[in-house]
Every structure is written in structure tokens, then in C-alpha cells.
Design a protein around this ligand. Sequence first.
Ligand SMILES: Nc1ncnc2c1ncn2[C@@H]1O[C@H](COP(=O)(O)OP(=O)(O)OP(=O)(O)O)[C@@H](O)[C@H]1O
Ligand SMILES: [Mg+2]
Length: 427
Amino acid sequence: MASIVLRDIVKEYGDGFKAVKGVSLDIADGEFVILVGPSGCGKSTLLRMIVGLEDITDGDLQIGGERVNDKAPRDRHLAMVFQNYALYPHLTVYENIAFPLRLTKGQYSDEEIDRKVNLAADTLELREHLDRKPANLSGGQRQRVAMGRAIVREAEAFLFDEPLSNLDAKLRGQMRTEIARMQRKLGTTTVYVTHDQTEAMTLGDRVAVLKKGELQQVASPRGLYEQPVNLFVAGFIGSPPMNFLPGQVEGDSLRLPFVDVPLDATLRERIGERSLVIVGIRPDHFGDVALLRDGQDAGVRFSADVDVTEWLGSELYAYVPFDTHPDVAAKLEELDRDLDGEGMRTQLVVALSSESRVRDGDTADLWFDPARMLVFDPETGENLTRDDDLARTIDEENEEDRKAALERAQARERREHDQGRDEARAS
Ligand SMILES: Nc1ncnc2c1ncn2[C@@H]1O[C@H](COP(=O)(O)OP(=O)(O)OP(=O)(O)O)[C@@H](O)[C@H]1O
Ligand SMILES: [Mg+2]
């Protein structure tokens, strides 16, 4: 297993298109890193360069401390799982998994191959399917066979390019936890490309957000959610997405479409001379005033005309239209194009507790905590409310948690292994 280091990696395709514009990223040994970003931002290109399927135009790629730019794919010892995992239809599951080992012609004995295939089949719970053909398997089982093939190679790292995008939602959920468990168990460095929000937030130790070939931010999921560096990351991470409102600065307060919010000294200073800012509030940072307990401090209250509501069991979404400022509208339209969005957002999405009785057409009394709102520069999109110290603490905690989880998984693996050995001896 190995670390993967990218230094100013550039990809310019033959037709002159620059798909990756100088990406630097340090992936630790055993780490699980996610690459996310809208379609066409260069995720697959980056992954293909790591594996060696695509030349690197400029920059350095190191695997396990060694520069591998000019090494052939097979000499990089990486295993890749694609979206369209090509299994051989005429071979059994066993032979499909064994395939990469057979390719090495004589490097492995039949006993070794058998041991490795069985071990992979155990890890992926494929033992009872080893004699079957891929065509007779479910989508998830086929996916596991493709992963089995990656496992037997004992690769330095696993690279996944949207491996679950062909599966239905339920199976995707199952496979997600499967992949997470497998990665912890094996402790193999993993780079995983997706544009699925949930996969990005739940699978990775760290998430790298790309926009048009440029890295925007690399942080833990919580780091991205709470301390995004800019409007793009804030808008990309989170579902439903963050609300963006125009904020007019008037002395020590900020005029939002529904309510005026007092500015504390720090934020006032950071806003400086700007008279217009973009304010970001996550849907789940709103609440229904009617559900407040007596004496509960509720930040800023306002009332708003609710257009439509959606009751989802766990939450209730209320949609509140508002008029935006033309300068802000232009910036948000640009953001929306960058995010591959479905159109301008001139409605607030408010996620309330499912007990809320707010309904279509209501004038609802709502509240939010102004300490949790983010403020962005309307030109550059920079997050003016970002707290670098807090962001660092979040990522340090994340790193501690990751190491602890990895140790627990590996201790469990050793225990199971020892137990298996003892049982084998006893029988
Ligand atoms: N062989 C090629 N020649 C020229 N341009 C290419 C080539 N392959 C990809 N590109 C361009 O490079 C950019 C990045 O492509 P890439 O496949 O890496 O995107 P992606 O982030 O994986 O997108 P998706 O989420 O749609 O899979 C795109 O604009 C694409 O058009
Ligand atoms: Mg792709």
C-alpha cells in the first residue's frame, strides 16, 4: 500500500483542451479520498492519469514516494474499478476474479491463486457464487466481482470511477457501505470519483472538490460542509443545496429579503467596504417558531409566505419565493451554470422538523441562527465568514477519527483471522 502525491498535475488533450490545470494533492497511505465536481471538471482525467491510462502533460505523480509519470500502468500496481465494469461473460465468477493473476503468467501457483480468490470471495461474500456466470448475477454481485478482481492483485491503491452509478438507489446504498467496510478492513489507499452527494459525504476521509480542472478545496466532509472556502464549494456540497440570498450592508446590519440581521464586530470588519454581499444559509439551519420550546433562544425571527411544502417523513421542506438583487442574480446565475444546476434559485428552501404544521400558502413564522450564516464576496465568491482555526480543528479531529477507525477495523480483522486459525486447528 502506498501514498499518492500529485504535484501541479496538468492535462492538455491532443485538441488543446486543458482538462486539468495544475492540481496538487497529497493522499496518505491507507486514506480514502473522494474526487467530486460537476460533469466535465476533470475527475476521470485525473484518475486515468494516476492509473497511467492517460499521459501526464506536466507535473509530478508519485506513488509510494517514487515518481511514476513514465511508468506503464501495470508497473504502477494500482487497481481500477470502472463504472462499466467489464466482466468476462464466458468465465465463472472464480475465473473472473482470478483473471489478473493468470495474466501474470506463472508468477502465481494455482494454490496461491486459489487462496487469493477465496480470500477475496470471503471479504465480498461471493463464496457461494464462485461457479456462476456474471450474466446470472445481480448488479451488486457483479460489482463485487469487479472489486474482487481489484482485491486479488493486492494493489498499492484502489481507484474507482463512479463504480455505483449504474445501480439502483437501494443497491447503491448497500454497495456504499460495502466499499467503506472493505476499504477499512484492507486499509488500502483509495481514490474514488463520484458526483453523488451522499457517496462524497459518507465514504471519504477527505473530499477534493474540482471545478473546471482546478482544485477548489480538500477537506473532511464536515470541513467542506461547515467551512467551505467559496461560493462554489458551499453550493456544491449539501442537499438540498445551500440558499443564497442578497445581503445589503446598512451600517451594522445586513438587509436580507425577509429580515434585517445585526452584524457582529468581526463580520462587520470582514465585510469592510462592500455594500452588497451574498448570504448563504443551509436549509436545515432554519426552524419553525411554533415548535420552539419555552425560553429557547431562537436567533432571528421572520415571517414568510410559503409557496409549496413537501412532507418527507423525517423532515418538511418549505419553499419560499423571494426577489433577488440584480447584481447578485447575475453572480448566482453564473454559479448555477458552474454547478450544472437546473436554473436560478429565487426561492428559499427551508427544512423544518416533520412535526411542523406549516403548509402550502401559509404565512409561516420562521427563525434562523445568524451565527451559522455564511457571507460571500459577490465578485470573487470568497467565504468571508470562514474560520481557519476552526476548519483546521475539524480536519484534525477527522484525521484522529479516521486513524482510530482504521485501527479498530484491522484489530477486528486480526481477531477474526486468529479465530479462524484456531478453529481450523481444532477441527
Ligand atoms: N480525449 C479527450 N480529448 C479532448 N478532450 C477530452 C478528452 N477526454 C475528456 N476531455 C475533456 O476533458 C474534460 C474533463 O473530462 P473528464 O472525463 O475528466 O470529466 P469528468 O469530471 O469525469 O466528468 P463526468 O462527471 O461527466 O464523468 C471535459 O471537458 C472533456 O470534454
Ligand atoms: Mg468521468
